[in-house]
Design a protein around this ligand. Structure first.
Ligand code: SF4
Ligand code: MG
Length: 330
């Protein structure tokens, strides 16, 4: 089975006032239908730029190279005019802030109807029925009545659901969710996650979940990619990452997740996160790495590449240390 989304050597560079700022540096990633792929990292790791590049939504100040294959079509190789019809029906996106994503001056139903009619040549009544149906599906009670509410008449959790409804109304193959639960309280977070995984199953979508929350990832992801300074430093199945974390950065993140039940946030790892403008030599993580002293020279001078872990089908890490010998059990 072919992946529905395939990023190949994706590079994103922003034009900054004092020169180019690399944000994503060679990301390769696949997502299959019915699968939840999580991209985990601190802010500035390049995960949001990866998401926006996947939608072809980066501003003109960004240079994107590599390919973004959406159901086989390279979004990065076609003009904007040809991308527009793919957004919504092939690939859709939701954000952390539903209030910013919804138009405050139009009813929730109106916005869903408009989104639907962009892709379906139907009359208003049919589109309205579809809007009610999809609001009902995302768990808005009394959808027949609430369809005429304005966003401010919804609670935060309901707005998140409404944004999801608008994103899935055209049955996308891929849904990208950038920190979809970060602004919500824990109970609502759980409900929204359940909704997203339910929709992934029902609609046979691929869900790309962008998050800094390892608790979220442990519960819902099939595959995980850990990003640091614009690169994937480790990727694999949930078991690979949680039971056999190979990269010192992943290990440090997990070290601060005492209990997955409590929705552990990313660890406060000592040191400054590396980014495009202050990228350290060699391994970008070396100034913060607990093992760098042991490995020494190579960490400071040689950039580790993402390599398959021996004896695994798809567990990869980019670290000089792990390719030489096993790390102690985390
Ligand atoms: Fe740490 Fe060196 Fe591995 Fe980088 S390559 S993560 S500095 S041990
Ligand atoms: Mg972000």
């Amino acid at each position: 089975q072919q992946p529905v989304l395939s990023l190949r050597d994706l590079q994103v560079t922003f034009r900054g006032t004092s020169g180019p700022v690399p944000a994503v540096n060679g990301v390769t990633l696949e997502a299959h239908a019915g699968q939840v792929v999580a991209i985990v990292g601190e802010s500035g790791s390049g995960k949001s730029a990866t998401a926006l590049a996947s939608m072809g939504l980066l501003p003109d100040s960004a240079t994107v190279t590599g390919s973004v294959l959406v159901e086989g079509t390279d979004l990065n190789a076609i003009p904007e005019k040809q991308r527009v019809p793919l957004r919504g029906s092939s690939i859709a996106m939701i954000f952390q802030d539903a209030l910013a994503a919804l138009n405050p001056y139009r009813t929730v139903g109106r916005q869903i109807i408009d989104a639907y009619r962009l892709h379906h040549d139907v009359d208003k009544r049919t589109a309205r029925e579809r809007a009610v149906e999809v609001l009902d599906r995302v768990g808005i009670r009394d959808a027949t009545r609430r369809v005429d509410d304005y966003p401010h008449e919804f609670s935060g959790g309901m707005r998140q659901r409404a944004m999801i409804a608008m994103a899935v109304v055209n049955d996308p193959t891929i849904l990208i969710a950038d920190e979809p639960t970060t602004a919500l309280d824990v109970t609502v977070q759980r409900q929204v996650l359940d909704l997203l995984t339910g929709l992934t199953d029902d609609l046979g979508m691929a869900l790309v979940l962008i998050t800094h929350d390892l608790g979220v990832v442990a519960e819902v992801a099939d595959q995980i990619a850990v990003m640091y300074a614009g690169r994937i430093v480790e990727s694999g199945s949930v078991l690979d990452i949680f039971d056999h974390p190979a990269h010192p950065y992943t290990q440090a993140l997990l070290g601060a997740t005492p209990n997955l039940e409590t929705s552990g946030r990313l660890a406060a790892i000592p040191g400054v996160p590396a980014s495009g403008t202050n990228l350290p030599s060699g391994c970008p993580f070396h100034p913060r790495c607990a093992f760098a002293a042991e490995v020494g020279e190579a960490c400071r001078t040689k950039r580790p590449v993402l390599e398959l872990r021996p004896g695994t089908p798809a567990h990869r890490a980019a670290c000089h240390f792990t390719t030489d010998r096993e790390l102690p059990d985390a």
